[in-house]
Structures are given as C-alpha cells and as structure tokens.
Design a protein around this ligand. Structure first.
Ligand code: ARG
Length: 458
C-alpha cells in the first residue's frame, strides 16, 4: 500500500523534486497540537453518530495523545514524502492501530482539516498576543505614572507645537495598542467559526454532527457554506493585518525613540541592556532594539501583501496555492511577538532625562497657541488673534528671544493690558490652561491615568 494518503489512483511514485517542491511538513509541523486536538474531537463525534465504535474512538484518542507526546519530545521522524503534518499524524495512527486508524479521516478532508487547525492556532495566537499587548500597555501606564509631572514638548511635523504632560504622551500609545486589542478581539469572532465538516468542498453524505465538534473545540458557530470554507482565508489576512497594524504602531514609537535618544534630542536614558555598541567607535551606544523593531515591520507588512497576492486570483474552492499561507502567517506572528516581548521591558526601563527636557522647554514657542487662545477669551476674533501672535513670534525670531522677553506694550489689546496678557506666557501656564475633554489638562490626564490603571488591573 502506498505511503501517500491518495496513493490508490496512482501507479508509480512521485518525482523526488516534486516531493520537495510540494511538501509543507517543514513548516506546518508547528500545527501538530492543534491537528491532534481537532482529530480527537472528530473521532469522538464519529463514535457519537455510529460511524466508528466507542472503543475505536478511545483507541484513536489515546494513540493521538501518544503521537502528540512523541512529536513534542522530538521523536517523530518527519519525511517530505508524507507531505504535511496531517498525513504524518494519520500515518503514525495507522502504524499503531491499523484498520482502526484508517477510519479517522471519515467525513473530513485535509481541506477542512487544515483550516480548522489554522483557526485553532490563530485563536491561541490571538490570546497570546493580547497578553503581550497588555504587558506593553502596563509598561506605558507605569511610565505615565512615574513621569507624571514631567512636561514634554509636543510635536507636529516634528516641530515644537504645544506642551503635553509626559503621562499624556505615554497614554497615547496605550490607546493605540488598545485599538489593536479590539481589532484582535473582532478578528477572533471570525476565526472562531468551525470549518470542520465542510470536507473537501461540498460537505459529506455521511451523518456527521458538526454541532458536536463545534462544542468540543469551543467554536462559537459553524461555517454555513462548505464551498466557502476551504477557500476562505479572510480571517488569516485579517489577523496578519492586525499584526501589521501592531507592528506599524511599534515602528512609529521606535522611530520616535531613536530620534529622542540622539545627542541632538537627548530626551531618553535607554537601558544598556537594550542597546549595543560599535566594534570600532568606543563611545557608541546604539538603539538597535528600536531600529530592528522599526525594520522588522517591513517583514510583517510584506507578509500581508504576500497573502493578498496569494489569494487574489483563486477560484473556489481549495487550491494548493493556499498551502503558502502558513509561512507568512507564522513569520508575521513570530516577528510581532518578538517585538512586543522586548518592547515592554524596554519601555519600563527607559527614563526621561528630565533636566535636559526642562532646560529647553521654553524654546520653540510652546506657549504661543495658548497665548492666542487667551486673546480669543478676551474677545479677539480667532483669525485676528492668530495674526497678532504670529507677528509677535516673528519679532521674537528677529530679536532671537522668547515671547515673554518682548515689551509688555507689544501685547496690549483693547480693554486688556499687555502686562496682564503676558501672565499667560510660559510653558507651565500654557499647560495649566488646558481644559477640554481628552486634552493634556492635568486633571484630565489624572482621570485617564486612573481609568487605565483600573482597566489594566494595576
Ligand atoms: N498541506 C496542505 C495545505 O497546507 C493541506 C491541504 C491539502 N489538500 C489537498 N487537497 N492537497 O494546504
């Protein structure tokens, strides 16, 4: 009998190069635990509906457990002639149980099997990622708390804009990663629909019970259309999209901190343990972890693009092209997981160089917009106030001074003395003036910080 699960129809063996070309065992072995889980549930269901006996189901399940432990212990010999993880496990089962093992594949196909395995795998991956994201959020919240009173220059276009509390800054990243967690949770809804039972593409003429399998594997519902199932990789693309989004958030943050750690900025004291040196320049301390985080994002986005190109022209239903989905999936997940694992401790251990930040805080007209808003409060129309302050800034640039250094008379307005108006100047006053919901107003930020601590169980 052929080693191939599909050997019956074939005379002669497969070309050695073709075996090498078509195999997926070198990468899909990673699904073995999920394959065994799904097979255990399938076997139990087959017994429930009388397609195999209860004793046969028991034998299959304990043999599957043994095979699982064997793979776990690195004792299974993988061979490309057995194509993929599904065939390896089934062959190992038949080697143990002979005809009983030959019954496991009743009412299913590798087409619905592989997608069930991948969905179970992605479901676990989503739960693991959520845990990593929570750790990162906690690190940002802890930094927000530690650096609470510090005022930072806020930037737009990487030009000094308005002052923000450091806590407000750190919490901005908490929000981004919260949206990523929500995206993951949403993606999980579509992952958690049972494919098994769709069989090759059309379902089965045997009395399989998909509801029983659904319950055993913890899926929320059952895929309605068997033809859709074996071609559906939407959930996988969605997941890799969320991974790309997480990587993109990490990349922006990494870029910011690369800039902030330069001598020119000098805002950050990066922990030695997260930096590396130069083999020639003895003074160097390079932010390699941040740079690699930024760099690896390219791989993740590349995986997403690769997946889109993979599926874009496929007719229904299963096509072997789809086997190529897994490397992109695994690589994107490993890459983002790796980035998150180093990001959280890096954030926790990085300190702001408060003295440096404070010493330059009055540079760059961080108080100009608040000055304009104080004129508006005194009845000056917004556009006129904008122009008045713009002209004052121009004067400062000519004289190489700050707004507060200009003579009081320059600030005079009908009904308000320049001296009075000038009292709103300076970064501390500008910061204290904020009021709106979601702004960097100290009371608002304190509220948000408290809320995040509660939400994240801190
Ligand atoms: N290794 C295959 C994959 O990952 C399993 C499904 C094979 N199905 C088939 N009809 N040849 O897609």
């Amino acid at each position: 009998m052929s080693q191939k699960t599909w050997g019956g129809r074939f005379e002669g063996g497969t070309d050695a190069q073709v075996e090498k070309f078509t195999e997926s065992i070198t990468f899909d072995r990673r699904l073995f635990q999920h394959d065994i889980r799904a097979s255990r549930a399938h076997a139990a269901m087959l017994a429930e509906v009388g397609l195999i006996s209860a004793a046969e189901a028991d034998a299959i399940r304990s043999a599957l457990d043994e095979i699982g432990s064997e793979i776990e212990a690195g004792k299974m010999e993988f061979s490309i002639s057995l194509e993929d993880i599904h065939t390896h496990i089934e062959r190992a089962l038949i080697a143990r149980l002979d005809d009983v093992g030959r019954k496991l594949h009743t009412g299913r196909s590798r087409n619905d099997q592989v997608i069930t395995d991948v969905k179970l795998w992605v479901r676990d991956a989503i739960d693991d990622l959520d845990g990593l994201l929570v750790e990162l959020q906690r690190a940002f919240v802890a930094s927000a708390e530690r650096e609470h009173g510090v005022v930072l220059p806020g930037y737009t276009h990487l030009q000094r804009a308005q002052p923000v509390l450091a806590a407000h800054y750190f919490l901005a990243y908490v929000e981004k990663f919260q949206r990523d967690r929500e995206r993951l949770a949403d993606c999980r809804k579509r992952v958690n629909i049972l494919p098994l039972g769709a069989a090759a593409l059309a379902g089965s003429s045997l009395p399989i019970d998909r509801e029983s399998v659904r319950q055993k594997l913890g899926f929320d519902s059952i895929a309605r259309n068997s033809l859709d199932v074996s071609s559906d990789r939407d959930f996988l693309l969605e997941f890799v999209f969320v991974l790309s989004m997480i990587a993109t958030h990490l990349s922006g943050w990494a870029e910011e901190w690369v800039i902030w750690s330069t001598t020119e900025f000098n805002f950050l004291d990066l922990p030695d343990a997260f930096c590396t040196g130069s083999s020639i320049m003895p003074h160097k301390k390079n932010p390699d972890v941040l740079e690699l985080t930024r760099g690896k994002t390219g791989r993740v986005i590349g995986a997403l693009q690769g997946l889109f190109v993979l599926v874009k022209g496929l007719p229904l239903a299963y096509n072997r092209d789809l086997q190529e989905d897994k490397q992109a999936l695994f690589d994107a997940y490993d890459t983002v997981g790796g980035c998150l694992a180093v990001a959280a401790p890096l954030v926790l251990q990085t300190k702001l160089r408060r003295e440096v930040i404070v010493s330059r805080l009055e540079d760059g007209f961080l108080d100009a917009t608040t000055l304009m808003e104080s004129l508006i409060s005194r009845g000056v129309p917004m556009r006129s106030a904008h122009e008045v302050v713009g002209k004052l800034v121009r004067q400062c640039e000519q004289k190489q001074c700050r707004l507060v250094d200009l003579p009081d008379a320059e600030f005079d307005q009908p009904g308000a003395s320049g001296a009075d108006i000038k009292k709103t100047l300076g970064v501390a006053n500008a910061l204290a003036a904020f009021k709106s919901y979601g702004s960097t107003a100290p009371s608002e930020v304190a509220k948000q910080l408290d809320e995040w601590k509660t939400r994240l169980g801190m």
